[in-house]
Design a protein around this ligand. Sequence first.
Ligand code: PMP
Ligand code: GLN
Length: 375
Amino acid sequence: MSKLPHISTSMFTVMSKMAAEHNAINLSQGFPNFPVDERLINIVAKLAKENVHQYTPMSGYPPLLSKIVTLVKKSYGRTLQADTELLITAGATQAIFTTILALVKTNDEVLILDPSYDCYEAPVLLCNANPVRVALNDDYTPNWEIIEKACTPKTKMIIINNPHNPTGKILKQSDFESLEILLGKYPDILVLSDEVYEYITFEQKHISAHTRKKLLNRCVMISSFGKSFHVTGWKVGYLVAPEYLMKEIKKVHQFLVFSVNSICQVAISDYLNLVSVDEIGKFYQEKRDYFRRLLKDSRFKLMPCEGTYFQVASYAAISNENDVNFCKNLIVEHGVAAIPISTFYADGKDLKLIRFCFAKDNATLEEAAKRLCAI
Ligand code: PMP
Ligand code: GLN
C-alpha cells in the first residue's frame, strides 16, 4: 500500500528525461547551463586537497553560519543568532521537508497557494496532515479573502513562495500587511516562507519575511545557494527559524541528514568573501530581457516576470491541446522542453500556459527562440 498514492514522478524529472532522449534544448527543469564562476571552481579544487572532508557540526560549518548572519544583516537588516536560529540544509527541499515533518501533526491543515512548487504537498501527507490548496488570483496575486476563508482552527501553516515559481510574481507590501492581519486573527498559524529566489528580482525589490517584525517569531525562512550561486547540484541551502521552532526542526534534521556535505559548505563560505549577491538580479534581468526580446515576434504570449529565472508563456494562439501534451509535442516536434503549468495546480487547471527556464547561455536561448519563433 502506497503512502503517497496520488504522487507521481515530478514533471521536472519527466521533462528533463524526455528532453535528453530527444536531444531537445532543455528549458524545462530550472538549472543554469552556463559555467559556474571560475573563482568558485578554484576554491573547490584547492579545498579538495585540504582537511575538509569530515562531518561538520550538525547545524553547519561555523564560518558559513557566520557568513550567513552577515549576509542576512546586510540584505535585510536582521540580526540572527547563529547557534539557535540558523541551520544549513541539503538544499531548500530538505529544509522544507524537515520543517514540515518537525512542526505539522496528524490532521493539521497546511495552506498551499496554487499554482505551487511541487515539494510542499508530500511531506504534509506523510505527516497524516491535510494540504489545503487555495488558488491565487488570475494575475497570481494572493486572494487574502479566500485564504482567510480557508483558515480553520486546524490550520497549522501557510506556505508562501516569494519570488514565486512558476509565475515569477513577487509579494507586495500590501500582501504582507494582509498576511499579518490574518495571522493576528489566527495566533497559532506558522508561516513557511520559501525564498529560494530571494536575490533574483528585477524592477521591484524583493520583500523578505526577514524584514517583517510581526512574522519573525512564527516564520521559517528558507533559501538555497543552488539558485544564488548557480550550483543547483550542490544542494546546499539554509533555514532560519525562531529558537523554539528550530529546536524541533533540528530534532528531525539530525536524523534525516545530520550534517550537510562539508566541502561545498566550506567552498560557499570562502566564496562569500569574494562575491556579492547584489549582482544576481541584474545578471538574470539581462537574461530575461534577452529571452523576451528573442521571442517578441513568436506566437507565444509572454506573461510578466518580476523575479525567478522562469518565463511563463501562453500558447493559446498556437494550439488547443492540453499543456502536458503541448509540452511533449514541443520536445518531439520542435526540440524545446518546457514545463506545463497545470502540474502546479492540485486540480490540474489548464490555462494553456507553459514555463521556460531562461537560466541558460545566450547561444542556447537563441537556438531555443529560433525554434519557438518557427512554430
Ligand atoms: N523551492 C522552490 C520554489 C524551487 O523552485 C526549488 C527548486 N529548485 C526549491 C524550493 C528546491 O531548491 P533546492 O534545489 O535547493 O532543494
Ligand atoms: N526547482 C526546479 C524547477 O522548478 C526543479 C528542481 C527539481 O527538479 N526538483 O524547475
